[in-house]
Design a protein around this ligand. Structure first.
Ligand code: NI
Length: 152
């Protein structure tokens, strides 16, 4: 038997708290069509204290790291390069750098504490999955910083 009552839109949690759960599916292309800028992530989902975000990349981002958050980057369209460096802020140490190209359908997880910057020679469309507390520029405040993200 199939009925709409099998797809509730509200839950009662712990007897009294009513949460509205949007169990509608999300279409990435539709969400991406609403984004007309670069480096400004939008929230498209939330679960377990993490956000699912969409963002368009173009050009080089800013070097940064995150003290407490790991970040996941999944390429939906296009490609980009994740650049990593060690000793980036210590000129007395030899700087080690590594680049990882990410193609459509590929993802990478950047661990907390690792200095990184995404670079997209052509526009790339990317899904992010990371804790809700994550600031896009991590430990850095500059013109790329988006302190408060909007929902799409
Ligand atoms: Ni980051």
């Amino acid at each position: 038997m199939v009925g709409t009552d099998l797809l509730p839109t509200t839950y009662s949690v712990q007897g009294s708290t009513a949460l509205v759960r949007h169990m509608d599916k999300i279409n990435l292309s539709q969400k991406l069509s609403l984004i007309n800028d670069h480096w400004s992530p939008r929230i498209i989902g939330e679960l377990n204290g993490q956000y699912v975000k969409m963002v368009k990349f173009k050009g080089p981002f800013t070097w940064h790291h995150h003290e407490t958050e790991d970040e996941m980057f999944l390429v939906v369209k296009g490609r980009f390069r994740m650049e990593f460096r060690e000793n980036g802020s210590d000129p007395s140490q030899p700087r080690k750098q590594r680049d990882v190209w990410l193609e459509k359908g590929e993802f990478i997880i950047v661990p907390r504490g690792v200095e990184h910057r995404p670079v997209a020679d052509e526009e790339a469309e990317v899904l992010l999955f990371e804790p809700a507390s994550t600031l896009n520029t991590g430990n850095v405040q500059d013109e790329f910083t988006v302190p408060k993200l909007e929902w799409l």
